[in-house]
Design a protein around this ligand. Structure first.
Ligand SMILES: [Zn+2]
Length: 117
């Protein structure tokens, strides 16, 4: 879906903020560092990275030898700008955007994707 303007202050995420793999919306998404148009949820990122299911914790991070890491399988947190024009790079995500991303659940409350398809 095409990104449109939204607010970091609003609860949840806009409908277009959905996983390119399984269409799950309303959860944390990750994207390739230089591509804004597609993003994936924790479960799809785990599959893409051949990581065990559940490797991404509730905080949106994976455990590494050096600590908790928000990058999953080479993907970075997808924090769109509020005008719907693009996405912030990892190094310049505004505090409100980072807080918005961290507030989103890592997985849907009821994981209905399991066992479907
Ligand atoms: Zn997904």
């Amino acid at each position: 879906m095409t990104p449109a303007a939204f607010s970091f202050a609003a609860p949840g995420a806009p409908a277009w903020y959905a996983c390119a793999g399984c269409r799950t919306a309303g959860v944390k998404l990750w994207r390739k560092p230089h591509i804004d148009v597609a993003a994936w949820c924790a479960a799809c990122a785990e599959r893409a990275g051949k990581m065990p299911e559940g490797a991404v914790g509730a905080d949106g991070c994976v455990e590494r030898s050096w600590g908790r890491d928000v990058q999953v399988a080479g993907l970075v947190p997808y924090v769109p700008d509020e005008e719907g024009l693009g996405a912030y790079g990892c190094a310049n995500i505004p505090a409100a955007g980072a807080a918005w991303w961290r507030r989103l659940p890592t997985r849907p409350a009821a994981d209905v994707s399991k066992g479907v398809g």
